[in-house]
Design a binder for this molecule. Sequence first.
Ligand code: NDP
Length: 333
Amino acid sequence: NRRVLLKSRPQGEPTPANFDIVEAPIPEPGEGEYLARTVWLSLDPYMRGRMAEAKGYAANVNLGDPMVGGTVSQVIKSRHPGFKDGDFVADYAGWQSYSVSNGAGAIKLDPQAAPLSAALSVLGMPGMTAWWGLMQIGKPKAGETVVVSAASGAVGSVVGQLAKLHGCRAVGIAGGKEKCDYVVKELGFDACVDYRAAGGNLFKEIRAAAPKGIDVYFENVGGAVQAAVVPQLNDFARVPLCGLISQYNEMQMSPGPDWRLLLIKRATVTGFIVSDHFADMAGFWKEVPPAVKAGRIKYREDIVNGIENAPEAFIGLLKGRNFGKLLVQVSDD
Ligand code: NDP
């Protein structure tokens, strides 16, 4: 059983030395448990918070424990009445190739209904994040302008496509020409600003892409992008505050948005954590899976092979090296 443990807490950017890759015996399921092999492991930005000492909204990983993470697994030895050998489940097995579970929180998957990996991307946590933040907090109206940062990624790509389906102008912000081309040409956004190439012209480039101002800013990154967007918010704009990835490796928090501007614009900024709302996703299930099936919402996966390569891939995620939902293929599906 290959496992990736948290060896030390990162100071700034994580490095390979923060992780330990070990081989352990394959565990035996007890009565009421099952043994599963991990097929897909999801790598997500929130894991940076779990590596830290400081308390976040969920418990951090203890030193010496396996890194946590969402997975798709296949049951290979069941002693649980609700699961049989061969079942595929979406669960939370973490960075390891085998796990034992009592089934709590595991959701059975139908491999015929959709590719298994989609349960970790567009049909799973990131898709729900996009839907909840945009529809419940952003409340887009037809004709409005929706701007989303990290636009080519797992969450941002769905935000912009949903905005289009609801009749909005969708503007992405992403790092690099390739990602911006994808956002416009493949996903159908109206425009995309390359914040890496824009340099000091970022404000102007966003204004050119969103000439009527910004009604919804779906915030994924913070930092310089946020600073360029906030002054361009329209009155009564809504800002679903989803993530601040540009700051996750910072040792000291950089200053936030200009509160005077938020007051003058009467903007609503709402932070949210998607797991608070997992039980309340009827609207997501009604809207997103059919749109994916019909090709109205597209998604892209960035696949890394082998669990031993998870640390490098995760380090890259925090620097924008991924292009699409970052997944580790741990074993064959
Ligand atoms: P992505 O697939 O979008 O990958 C992360 C992307 O963030 C990178 O590809 C990169 O894109 C961008 N990025 C990385 N570093 C920086 C930086 N320094 N400055 C600006 N952009 C950077 O990840 P997800 O879609 O999974 O997550 C997107 C955001 O949503 C994150 O902030 C995450 O924490 C948040 N999130 C929040 C949830 C919640 O419940 N609130 C749930 C899930 C995700 P580029 O090259 O374009 O810069």
